[in-house]
Design a protein around this ligand. Sequence first.
Ligand code: ZN
Length: 286
Amino acid sequence: MTRRGFLVGGAVLFITGCTRKATTSADQVGYRSAIPPYQGSKRTGAAAGGIWYSVAPGDTLSSIARRSAVDVTVIARANGLSGPQLQPGSRLWLPGASTMAEDALTQGDGPDVDDPDAPLRPHPGTYDLVKREEWTTARIKGNNYLMGGVDRITVHHTGEHPGMEGIPEIEVIQRIERYHRDERHWAAIGYHYLVGKTGKVYEGRPVKYQGAHVSGANEHNLGISVIGDFMHQLPNPEQLGALKAFLTDSRNRFSVAKGRVYGHRELGKSVCPGDALFAWVTAYRA
Ligand SMILES: [Zn+2]
């Protein structure tokens, strides 16, 4: 990224190698936020209700947990289970679940541990939300604009920041935030969310604030960056599943049509989010 933002007579001016655009409007600051409350990810079981499931031979507590995206401890508690033994034919209540995925992950997914304390691997198509407070104590600086509602979503990859490969993802996010805050003098990290490689979705700049992720096109634009460089390859299945689930949740949250999901390169002079991920984005919204 080569763009610079600075204050000119109260307006934030963003300059990139090829675009030059003032992205301010004092009247936006007066907007009342039109952001609905966050409904939670599928994996936290925030959805109301649940489903009954008949235990099949070969099922384990963890395989059912994985397929329903409900934590083993939640299933155990809801059904009064004291151990991992399941009786085929018995019925289990799966709080918050809506569907059972096919168990495509059984092979190559590591040991099938039935210890309720064992960490669950995220299931493709779901994600865990990591709040901003979990990776930084830095406050949002005052030079921000309120979002005033979201009507489009832009997908990025962190590959647009050189030298981020192979670094732990929390540190990737902290480095990008430092770069945006301290060198660009922005209010906070430019993206609203970042999707990690194991199904975590990190909150970046709170969505009540306009982001700084597409020069000249940040208004009402939710910025989601996928951690990695996706010029030549797609994210791994867990990461791609998390992106897809999070895009769906975000579109529902803000009532954004599929056709309003963009790759950065469509709105700004950039190759972001890489050829491979951009092809996925165009297929996703088709
Ligand atoms: Zn980008």
